[in-house]
Design a binder for this molecule. Sequence first.
Ligand SMILES: Cc1cc2nc3c(=O)[nH]c(=O)nc-3n(C[C@H](O)[C@H](O)[C@H](O)COP(=O)(O)OP(=O)(O)OC[C@H]3O[C@@H](n4cnc5c(N)ncnc54)[C@H](O)[C@@H]3O)c2cc1C
Length: 546
Amino acid sequence: MIYDVIVVGGGVAGLMAAIEACSSNNKVAIITKGNLFKSNSSMASGGINAVLDYGDEDAIAEHIEDTLKGSYGLGNEKSITTLCKNAPHIIQKLSYYGVEFDKNEKGEIAQRSFGGGSRKRTCYVGDKTGSAITQALIKRAKSLGVTFLVNTFIMNLTYRGKRVSGVIALRRFDSSVVAYLAKAVILAGGGYAGIYRGYSTNASDYSGDMLAVALRSGLALQDMEFVQFHPTGFIKTSYLVSEAARGEGGYLINSDGERFVDELSTRDIVSRAISKEMEEGKEVFIDLRHLSQEHIEQKLPSLYKSAYNQAGIDITKELLPIKPVAHYSMGGIQADMTKTTMSGLFVCGESAANGVHGANRLGGNSLLEAAVFGEIAGIDARNYIRNKELLPIDYNQVIKEITLVDRIFDQETTKNFNAIRTSLGNMMFEKVGINRDEESLTNAFSYLSYLRSEVKSLHCVNKERTNNVELISILELRNALEVAEAVVLSAQKRTESRGAHHRSDYDDMNSEMSFPMVVTEFKPNFFRVGFEKNRLVDSLRRFIKG
Ligand SMILES: Cc1cc2nc3c(=O)[nH]c(=O)nc-3n(C[C@H](O)[C@H](O)[C@H](O)COP(=O)(O)OP(=O)(O)OC[C@H]3O[C@@H](n4cnc5c(N)ncnc54)[C@H](O)[C@@H]3O)c2cc1C
């Protein structure tokens, strides 16, 4: 199967990329591992940040400044400026594609407050913003003739020398391994907060497949130690209580009935404050009782229903108990805007690390990142493929994947992938969570080595090749363990506290560590980890001065 451009991922980043790549009659396919509507993008609730007026340079400068400040000195000024300057145009484009943002009394797009923002700039569709955007983009992509290959799991890239030639995929339908040829590939496969299974707002299959694929293809990962914990998830199900709830006026209170933190501080600050209350044995709640029922039903309809259905709580009358949960991963495949070190390979959205968030991300900036850099990746790929021929596939690479799948099917096992996946989640939350230290990270590393040896002897109990979800879960788990190791090693090396990375044994920020951390695989299963010292980030100097 041959395409001009293959996009891996059907979230906002992948859809925007495909729409742009498609615009000049190119043959474009989007590949997703599940169904098309299953992505973190379609779960995004609270909103997307943007200054709406192109001409309001002061307001755009403030958006840039807030984002730089939120990045704790690791933000890349070029990426951040691109993000914020493109925001007004992105909202216009999304509206043109059919997204009906909520309006204020004057009939203009309404905007709400989000943490870390110095003014209201989050545009929204109730608390279903991501789903509204995703649906409009799917409609647009379909109308342009983009092919959708769903339930197709990308195992690896194929390449010749330093140029990409396609992808190798496993079709869920019959567990067959197939190669798709393409002149350019865009990776938009989302983040890795799902490795914190049981403590994450992400579905557990958001475990960073594309990052593991990138490592195996010789690419570098960056900023892996920075995993954002969202302050407010349901206690039992980790369902997200969107920042919109605090943006609309919700308070956080402890079991003594006291407010203990500025609810609209950045997520790292609020999460640590909650964690401290919990360590002192207190429960923490979000209090929305002072808001009118009408306001809650209108602005937070999903939360209203989910609190009732999942926790049996009427938020108009009762306190809702919450806990911090892993929510977003700042780390990803190292990129200069959308370009990687492999020709023809582009990255965008949560799987990319181009310094747009640095050590922390502002709420509402990631849907924006997905849309802005998705659009740029599509344009970059479209430009790249002009006058390019397809490269032949190296069938040795395909045979390796077929052999792996056969091995997972053919042998017997007494081990259960689900138990290993759950152990990984528990361990990551406990030892590589909101607070880490040398001892917890050393323990995490040795536990990971044990899990990696266990996973090698995992095989399918169910030998049926049709629709075998167990096979895909085993492949995901192998990827998740590689990604987890990159997180632990980066967190170990960063002996300071900065943004979402808090070391209880190194409480302060160390200006000598104001460089992105980079992980590469120098031979199978061996990682090299270090600061990228050559790239002193401009914003860092501003951060230290400011
Ligand atoms: C509950 C929740 C609420 C959120 N709310 C907000 C918000 O209000 N505002 C905001 O700015 N951000 C929010 N976020 C974050 C934001 O939704 C994500 O960062 C963003 O949508 C990521 O978009 P993406 O396109 O990069 O990836 P995703 O939307 O995660 O899509 C990833 C795609 O990659 C595909 N994929 C992954 N691995 C493979 C593989 N091996 N083979 C084939 N396909 C693969 C998946 O099938 C999927 O289609 C929220 C996140 C969550 C979880």
